[in-house]
Design a protein around this ligand. Structure first.
Ligand SMILES: [Zn+2]
Length: 101
């Protein structure tokens, strides 16, 4: 899993295809991610207290990490490449322009 929470991604499949948003959570074990405002499901919630009055809430459901492309600031949707610097540290880079992601 090369994606991290906070990454800007473009959804390429499913009912939200074409949407650009931010990754809210990653589940590396399942290779799934939650993208803000994507794969939103209506959930009925029971009132549990003063702050939670219940009702219908929107909940973003996890989608497969292969359903999105990371968005490079320079060239748009792209694939993630890897660069290893002199210290042996791994960096994620844009495969098109080579910029760090
Ligand atoms: Zn790029």
């Amino acid at each position: 899993m090369k994606l991290r929470s906070g990454d800007h991604v473009l959804v390429i499949t499913g009912k939200d295809a074409g949407k650009e948003s931010r990754i809210a959570r990653v589940f590396p074990k399942d290779n799934r991610i939650i993208v803000e405002g994507v794969a939103t499901a209506k959930r009925h919630q029971r009132p549990t207290g003063e702050l939670n009055t219940g009702g219908i809430i929107d909940k973003d459901m996890p989608i497969d990490a292969s359903n999105v492309l990371i968005v490079c600031k320079e060239c748009g949707p792209t694939r993630i490449g890897a660069r290893i610097d002199d210290d042996g540290k791994k960096h994620r880079v844009c495969r098109k322009c080579g910029n760090d992601l």
